[in-house]
Design a protein around this ligand. Sequence first.
Ligand code: UD1
Ligand code: UDP
Length: 380
Amino acid sequence: MPVVMPIYGTRPEAIKMAPIVAALKASDHFACVVTVTGQHREMLDQVNELFGITPDHDLDILYPGQSLSDILTRTISGLDKLFAVSKPDVVVVQGDTTTSTAAAIAAFYAGIPVVHAEAGLRSHNLFSPYPEEANRKITTQIASLHLAPTSTSKQNLLNEGVKAEDIVVTGNTVIDALLTTVGKKIPFIDPALEELAASGQKILLVTTHRRENQGETMRGVGRALARIADSHPDMVIVLPVHKNPVVREAVLPAIAGKTNVMVTEPLAYGEFTRMISMSHIVLTDSGGVQEEAPSLGIPVLVMRDNTERPEAVVAGSVKLIGAGEERIVHEVNRLLADSAYFQSMAMAVNPYGDGQAAERTVAAIAGLLGIGARVKDFSS
Ligand code: UD1
Ligand code: UDP
């Protein structure tokens, strides 16, 4: 039986890989061997625990202040050793983190075919997001099978010369993950969040972590949140803050002591998706959140100048606002003041998937291995 090895290392990869792991384990055609790099630790383990995944191999590479090259080299050398004793028939990587590109390189060097899930996203700016745009382009060069979430991402790959027969449009497995959790109304561990849910207060949900926003720009995000909190005492700002100390040092000082700002540890995925669904507005620089909130009909203000996820921007539920302090304050105020404008953004759109992406992924892997027919492309 062919051995398929999903390899992942961070929270968003874990969330998007979990449905693929479940579908592989449910299949009679494959043995699924899960390898994690541990690029993230707590935030990775939190997701694996929720989805009941116990990795078969853990490279445990994280150390505080890790550089991009640390992640790359520790992943490649760890996988090199692993492949010497346990060589899978196929490796699956997800998205654009340094774990995913390092794993693709290690597999390619070991002569193992690489399946790239969430292939073909492009901002068309090599430095934004950094280093993710470069990571995903590198992975494209060495993958054998490209699983594009949408027809736009497929077109990006075709434009770069990838052969049509090597691309399958699967949808994004984030929607599979979302649909399995969001209906469950998972209880919040923190009683203060359960009280907030019961209060019915307006919520502005915020996440920030992007490397290119760190430093002075992110301090400005903190100042913008402080000003919004002061001018809207009736609204609660919820900030599940990333584990990165660089993020915490930048964003937290300005909002310290604000009674209507709730800073939490990273929420478990089920709690976080419930929090999205309770929110009035989402303000974020995250990739995954740009895909989830639109499908729940929550307006999203994205603190970036560009996006590799243009579909929900075109549909009208996501707006790119940059990460400048003044613009953030202005855009949040506008959504709060203008109900017609708010309504125009608060519609549920689902360009990213139908919940069947993991099934298509597994069928596409079977096709790659010559044990299944070509999969029909997802279209929204
Ligand atoms: C990484 C990815 C980014 C992705 C993001 C998701 C790269 C280069 N970046 O960025 O594409 O959007 O994850 O969140 O691959 N830390 C912990 N515990 C954790 C997680 C992080 O302590 O569970 C701390 C460590 O001090 C670490 C720092 O956060 O050094 C940064 O983590 P890192 O994975 O290097 O970068 P992210 O900004 O998380
Ligand atoms: N997320 C979570 N808990 C949180 C914040 C985010 O489970 O406290 C989830 C979110 O639903 C999304 C993913 O983490 O699926 C996004 O991760 P992140 O923003 O760290 O990375 P990106 O998507 O930008 O690569």
